[in-house]
Design a binder for this molecule. Structure first.
Ligand SMILES: [Fe+2]
Length: 278
């Protein structure tokens, strides 16, 4: 009897293992449109940080890289960063620095530091790269989610407090296809906010399993100028199949970036703030 039970259990175990293997093989065939995205934001002309992030992303087998705006501004390699974005086919939207550096708008509402850097950038951008920045869309609806820079319908507005988040959840809800998920940048602070029964919650940092009962607004943090007291370059991976968002940070050659800022004659504060992550 014991021998039969043992045989029965081992057959059951083998069948279960076969099922797992089949699920693994068939899932991409059954759900061919579910993608794995790397989402980056606020590169801000930081070549060393961008290269380090892309090197790390190359280990994740992503289907596409999306960028939430502000390729340029603050740091010293605007053309080089745009060239990488263009060459690697990263789908990108326009940030407030991109619109000012390309001459589409004037930096009248910028802080003196940001204004100086954006005008320095404008002087050095190639005409071809300015044209590229000018043509970027302000937001993009991807299958199942939206990406935008500052807030929905406004590149320059920030999502900082509960009221901003609540307003943007409302806008998310009222988009034509009733979106459950939005990714944004601009604050340079990585965060995941959720809306459940009309209330805004702060989700834990690190790894996030998305729930079908909640809506989410998620910021991957900044590649080139993090402001959340962690100076490492920040990004996330969003896997539609496992419905998971994973946040990552990576070190980069910050000393090289800082040296370039000083050599370029950009304000020294821009180099100093990189070390502080603010
Ligand atoms: Fe930015």
């Amino acid at each position: 009897m014991k021998a039969y039970l043992g045989l029965y259990l081992s057959i059951q175990k083998s069948l279960f293992e076969c099922e797992l293997v089949l699920v693994e093989i068939l899932s991409p065939l059954c759900y061919p449109f579910l993608m794995r995205y790397a989402i980056i934001s606020d590169i801000h002309s930081n070549l060393e940080a961008l290269e380090a992030v892309l090197a790390k992303i190359s280990g994740f087998k992503v289907d596409e890289i999306l960028c939430l705006g502000d390729i340029v501004g603050y740091n010293a390699n605007p053309n080089e960063c745009i060239d990488i974005v263009r060459r690697t086919g990263i789908r990108c939207i326009m940030g407030n620095h991109d619109s000012r550096a390309s001459g589409l708008e004037e930096p009248d509402n910028f802080t003196p530091l940001a204004k100086e850097a954006v005008l320095w950038t404008r002087d050095r951008l190639s005409e071809d790269n300015k044209g590229f920045l000018r043509k970027l869309p302000r937001e993009l609806t991807i299958e199942g989610f939206i990406i935008f820079h500052g807030s929905i319908r406004d590149t320059d507005c920030y999502i900082i407090d509960e009221k901003d988040a609540s307003d943007n959840f409302h806008l998310l809800e009222n988009l034509p296809c009733d979106m459950k998920l939005g990714f944004y940048g601009h604050t340079h602070v990585r965060v995941a906010l959720s809306l459940q029964r009309g209330k805004v919650f702060l989700e834990p940092d690190g790894e996030l399993k998305l729930s079908t009962w909640k809506r989410y607004l998620i910021n991957p943090g900044s590649v080139g100028q993090p402001r959340d007291r962690d100076p490492r370059a920040s990004f996330l991976i969003y896997d539609e199949f496992s419905e998971k968002v994973d946040f990552y940070r990576t070190d980069y050659d910050m000393a090289a970036t800082q040296e370039k800022i000083i050599e370029a004659g950009l304000p020294v504060e821009l180099a100093e703030r990189l070390s502080m992550g603010r």
